[in-house]
Design a protein. Structure first.
Length: 293
């Protein structure tokens, strides 16, 4: 069906003038002269055969027809703008990144300043989650998860670095790991209940205790370990800084857990997502180099 619409310039001029309440303000928003706005509004009124403004030149007031048209035009222009933003492929705007909370705090945020300084037009918004991501139904652009790239074959997957885990505790604890049972609690987390079993099988070391404490998140567990409340198995990327500054020790070192940190996104990626994936892949490579030293 052929649309018989008035001039788009006339519609934009009227919408801006009606929304802002002054033709001079509309002229400034659209970067044209006051007389151009007035002329376009007049053209539109003649085209529609109704008056859109009443009152005086200094105090224009919308007529009933003007109010009705304004409501429709503002909604239409907002929808057009939203549609354009969805398909535009420019390296700017909001980028929603989902990742495990402790990974966010211990690994991603300390490095994120580098991305923001290089790409100030991209606003990275972080959310903490370990749940599966349905890119077709969510606004997540990039999700970082623990697994393997092959697990995410329906998405674009970039492996960042292999996870290495180890037994860690406060240096203030005098623990004899050769004893049959350690005299401090073994700490667990709900988000990785298999961490101890996985580490024990891969390291060949069995550590038992008469006491066990379970925490809801890794972050809480690591704070408890730093406070000397027990021992835990943790990824190196979560405790790297604490190991370097001596707040934690890893007497048996770190070993490959069989998992990796993987950045995933939808198959069709936009410019800002591509920038972030390239950047985080580089940071992952730097972490692999640091781990190999």
């Amino acid at each position: 069906m052929k649309r018989n619409l008035p001039s788009l310039n006339a519609l934009r001029a009227f919408e801006a003038a009606a929304r802002l309440g002054r033709m001079t303000l509309a002229a400034g928003e659209l970067n044209v002269s006051h007389s151009a706005i007035s002329r376009q509004v007049q053209v539109l009124e003649e085209r529609l055969g109704v008056s859109l403004f009443g009152g005086t030149k200094n105090r224009p007031v919308l007529t009933e027809a003007g109010r009705e048209l304004l409501s429709s035009l503002t909604m239409a222009f907002d929808q057009i703008d939203a549609g354009i933003q969805k398909v535009a492929d420019r390296p700017k705007g909001i980028l929603n990144v989902s990742c495990p909370g402790t990974f966010m705090m211990r690994w991603l945020i300390p490095r994120l300043y580098d991305f923001r300084s290089s790409h100030p037009d991209v606003e990275v918004r972080l959310s903490a989650s370990t749940a599966p991501v349905d890119f077709a139904r969510s606004d997540v652009d990039v999700a970082i998860r623990v697994g393997t790239a092959a697990m995410f074959d329906e998405a674009c997957a970039v492996e960042l670095f292999q996870e290495r885990t180890g037994l860690v505790h406060s240096p203030d604890l005098g623990i004899d790991l050769t004893a049959e049972t350690v005299d401090v609690p073994i700490l667990h987390t709900l988000t990785r209940r298999d961490a101890w079993v996985n580490w024990s099988v891969r390291s060949g070391v069995g550590v038992t205790s008469d006491r066990a404490i379970e925490y809801e998140h890794y972050y809480f567990m690591l704070e408890a370990v730093r406070s000397g409340m027990g021992i835990c198995v943790a990824p190196y990327s979560y405790v790297e800084e604490a190991i370097e500054n001596g707040r934690l020790i890893a007497p048996l070192g770190f070993i490959d857990s069989g998992h990796s940190y993987v950045a995933i996104s939808r198959q069709r990626i936009d410019a800002k997502t591509r920038l972030f994936l390239d950047w985080i892949a580089k940071k992952g490579f730097e972490s692999r180099l640091a781990d190999s030293r």
